[in-house]
Ligand binder design. Sequence first.
Ligand code: ATR
Length: 267
Amino acid sequence: DAPILKRVTGRTKVMFILGDPVAHIVGTAVLNEDFFRNGVDANVSPLHVAPQDLALVLQAIRSMQNVAGFGVTIPHKVPVLQYLDGTTPRAGSIGAVNFVRREANGSLIGDNVDGVGFVTGLRRNGIEVAGRRVLQIGAGGAGRAIAFALAEAGISHLAICNRTQAKSLELARAVAARHPRCFAAPAGPEAAGYDLVVNTTSVGMHEGDELPADLSGLRPGAVVADVIMAPKTTALLMAAAAKGCQIIRGKEMLLDQPRLVREFLSL
Ligand code: ATR
């Protein structure tokens, strides 16, 4: 709104979020609000970039000297990797990037704060993942980021299952290379025996979707988290709440992202 826009001057650090489409992007407003509240002189705008133009736009950004960095969203999170000069170790492991820092010489370094944002979202709700037995459903983009972050946070063990089993096997193997207590789930998505169940699939977004996991064996003290933003409370979360379990909604993983982005971009 006006008070934020009036603060944009020649000294302001400029940022973008690159996506295609961009109409749904709300992360720009969230970041601008966070910068305003924290007295950070930076401003973010959505940039609508088609996949075939990504290389050209990145080349241009290298020479834009007041650009601090940019976010990337669908469909650029994986393709952007090939044009960067480097990544943080976690973005490299995940194989996808959601924020890029532009260094003074124009170099572009990618990071991925999706997974760590998810873990801090749990912490904000009083849930410490260390020592927990975790079942993760899904091995797509969000699933990859979350699996590495959970393993990093010291879970007791992490079982991953996915509709396409080859992907959960590959992800479990990649995470296990550094965190041996990660494996592909021996059975289907069954909640029995776990302290934390995390849905990272899109199952539950649409009315009439089945539950992504079988909650029949879920114990009352367990926690169930979903990455789906809309609906705010998925059928999975409603079923878990009905069993007396603590639930974590999708938006929780986004709340800490502005701080993580400020840190990564040194704002
Ligand atoms: P995102 O970046 O949001 O994680 P993605 O990379 O396309 O999106 O991953 C979507 C995840 O939801 C995958 O784990 C996908 O399973 P597959 O690897 O088998 O495709 C899962 N998913 C999507 N629709 C599903 C469905 N109807 N049933 C089960 N899993 C589904």
